[in-house]
Design a protein around this ligand. Structure first.
Ligand code: ADP
Ligand code: MG
Length: 681
């Protein structure tokens, strides 16, 4: 008998290598596996006749091989092809890099082929379909199949098997929600977990998801409220002097906008006041939040404290470091900045750690690891988190656990309406920067189909001739069987072939090492690259004002809020900028979504309209915002559930302020579990 706390290897089919992969996803036990949620669901289509099959959407046809598979070489690719027929028509089938298929498929075999049919001048064709035995496919239809977000050796089949076993062994589970809440009609935990993995119907799936989203929000909200209750009052790091910050402000080539100036006044009054600062600066992309962070950091330095600036990515940390050190040098600001990221050599890291410990370094810039790792500060007085996940909650917890009480400034471009912000940010005070720097021209947008790619490239060339730069975003890193979408490496090659030779093209993606990424970004920053072909690693924060074109391939695959973030990479200087959203889907409804981006530049409106257009079938799938990594919940889509969770959290804490009652034990354990995970990541 396998226990629920047993390691995943106790489950049939999970060996050491699969376990390793699961561990990298934070899954150690059978019980952990239950909350490894599907990224989406597969609903196998009923088999259609070839003649009646629609083009360009996933389709299943059942046919007999009328020719034996043949392998042919094209450059370094092997293409395996054959024909099938089903009495209504004939279809060509092709595979890349799968020469061994020739051994398992023969003329006369009958199979179901599931894939996308396209019309070519040689007739109908299906590339890279999935192949099934007809009986096997029959069993698959009529069911909703979970699809898990894995990449390595763990197959969907293996995972489904393991999760089905985990559901069995964790059968005796107690309920996480106390009876007062379950009484309000939420699905039980056991049922919800069962239905989220193996839904019996669409309705059951929706209810299961709702329940689990509620639970996720509730645990999160309880966590911040308990944390807040435990925080001390007073202002342990008073910072009354701001002449250095004001000197820096005067050295800038522009003056602050009204909104920036107001936010600065609020920061100043916080850090010199009676309570330690807990402030959120909310401002759309390009509104100029960074300069406020720098001024606050300088106030810390002038008053004898150290400051830390934490960015969500190494690319962004590096960019902040470069800019800030340059600005300090130009204005002769006596503050020593150090950069601490994974790209920094171990020997330099040691020196930097020493400098932070003995107080020679004033400002540390880095990623979240800055306070997570064993970095000791002599006298940390301010922590700024830029575009940080989950509202800086983790940082506050870590700092609290280390007994440090610096001021906190959280900067976010995620548009959240005030009612939700108050719930999500707990006790943070909020400054809103609702004004863009002067002289910014509105970005010109176009949602286009691949037919317009030629004109898009001409626009890019013209902009480069005029001295500007461009981004092209592709969804994937390398050729993948699962998705035929544009990918960075191949795309850059093709782009080189059609662009004039003097145009310099750089490539950036998440699988590069930190040092490689930095090198690429620096070249782009210094205008030594004209076009940066990238995945969404440039999504947040990157600031290269000379870039004027943002072209997004397969834009239909991105959430609109995310596209809005990407668009925010241009229009950051005074030149006219352009955003081109390439819709590769060929479906009108998708185009309609993209056109919302044309109509408005307001991030929250965009998220709202996006929701209205998405049906329940899209409940999963589109990632709305990189900043809020809830496993299931989406603050926009599930905002009603969020309100309910906030209400429930208030009620629970009223009855049981420290969650000490037995009926709340599992909730408390879940909070502790997440805390432990946050520490481990
Ligand atoms: P975000 O709010 O997205 O983090 P940044 O702080 O990166 O925005 O600022 C975007 C760009 O605007 C930067 O190049 C910055 O130098 C510039 N900027 C900031 N404030 C002003 C201002 N008041 N006037 C003109 N340009 C500004
Ligand atoms: Mg920023």
């Amino acid at each position: 008998m396998v226990e629920k706390g047993a390691p995943v290897t106790a489950l049939k089919g999970i060996g050491p290598r699969s376990a390793e992969e699961l561990r990298s996803l934070g899954i150690l036990t059978a019980e952990d596996l239950l909350r490894f949620f599907p990224a989406g669901y597969d609903r196998p289509e009923a088999v259609t006749e070839i003649a009646a099959a629609p083009a360009d959407v996933p389709t299943a046809v059942r046919g007999i091989l009328t020719t034996a598979p043949v392998n042919r070489g094209f450059g370094n690719k092997t293409v395996t092809s054959f024909s099938i027929a089903d009495g209504s028509g004939r279809l060509g089938v092709a595979f890349f890099h799968m020469p061994y298929l020739k051994n398992s498929l023969h003329k006369g075999d009958e199979r179901v082929f599931r894939g996308v049919i396209s019309e070519t001048k040689y007739g109908l064709r299906m590339d890279h379909p999935k192949i099934f035995q007809p009986e096997e496919y029959d069993r698959l239809t009529h069911a909703i199949w979970p699809v898990y977000p894995t990449m390595g050796i763990l197959s969907q089949k293996k995972l489904r098997g393991a999760i089905a076993q985990a559901l069995e062994v964790c059968e005796v589970q107690e309920e996480m929600l106390p009876p007062s809440l379950i009484g309000k009609g939420w699905m039980t935990e056991r049922e919800a977990l069962r239905q989220i993995h193996f839904p019996e119907s669409e309705e059951a799936l929706v209810r299961a998801r709702e329940r689990l989203v509620f639970e996720e929000f509730l645990v999160f909200l309880l966590r911040i409220r308990l944390m807040k209750a435990g925080e001390s009052r007073g202002n342990p790091c008073p910072m009354p002097k701001t002449t250095l910050a004001e000197r820096f402000r005067k050295s800038l080539p522009y003056s602050l906008t009204g909104a920036q100036a107001k936010a600065w006044e609020q920061i100043r009054s916080d850090i010199s006041g009676e309570k330690r600062m807990n402030r959120l600066i909310q401002g759309d992309v390009g509104s100029g939040k960074t300069v406020l962070a720098v001024m606050a950091l300088l106030a810390a330095v002038e008053n004898g404290y150290q400051g830390a600036l934490m960015a969500p990515t190494e690319v962004l940390a590096e960019q902040h470091f470069e800019k800030i050190t340059k600005l300090f040098a130009a204005a002769d600001i006596p503050a020593r900045c150090v950069l601490l990221t994974g790209a920094v050599k171990e020997s330099s890291k040691r020196v930097i750690r020493q400098e932070l410990a003995d107080g020679r370094a004033d400002i540390a810039i880095g990623t979240h690891a800055l306070i997570q790792e064993s970095v000791a500060f002599k006298n940390l007085g301010l922590v700024v988190t830029d575009e940080q996940h989950r509202f800086g909650v983790r940082q506050r917890e870590t700092l609290g656990a280390k007994g440090m009480k610096p001021h906190l400034l959280v900067m976010s471009a995620t548009p959240i309406p005030r009612t939700l912000a108050i719930i999500l940010y707990g006790d943070l005070d909020i400054s809103v920067i609702d004004e863009l720097p002067q002289g910014r021209l509105p970005i010109k947008n176009a949602a286009v189909t691949p037919k317009a790619r030629g004109s898009a490239y001409r626009l890019i060339q013209n902009e480069i001739k005029a001295g500007h730069q461009a981004y092209v975003i592709c969804p994937l890193v390398e050729e993948s069987e699962a998705m035929a979408g544009e990918n960075v490496g191949d795309y850059a090659e093709r782009l080189k072939a059609v662009m004039p030779p003097e145009i310099r093209i750089g490539v950036l993606h998440g699988r590069m090492t930190a040092a490689e990424k930095n090198a690429v970004m620096q070249k782009f920053q210094r205008d030594e690259t004209d076009i940066l072909v990238s995945t969404t690693v440039v999504e947040v924060g990157v600031d290269v004002p000379n870039a004027t074109v943002m072209m997004v391939e397969n834009a239909e695959r991105f959430g609109l809020a995310q596209l809005h973030q990407l668009r925010g990479r241009v229009g950051r200087g005074d030149a006219q900028s352009y955003a081109i959203f390439m819709d590769g889907s060929g479906k009108p409804r998708k185009k309609e979504r993209l056109e919302i981006l044309n109509r408005t530049n307001d991030g929250f409106k965009i998220a709202e309209e996006d929701l209205k257009l998405r049906g329940p079938g899209d409940l999963f799938g589109i990632r709305q915002s990189g900043e809020m990594h809830f496993a299931l919940g989406d603050i926009y889509q599930d905002h009603e559930t969020l309100l309910k969770a906030a209400e429930a959290a208030t009620e629970l804490l009223k009855e049981d302020p420290r969650l000490e009652k037995e009926e709340n034990r599992r909730l408390k354990e879940q909070i502790a579990r997440l805390l432990g995970k946050a520490e481990a990541i």
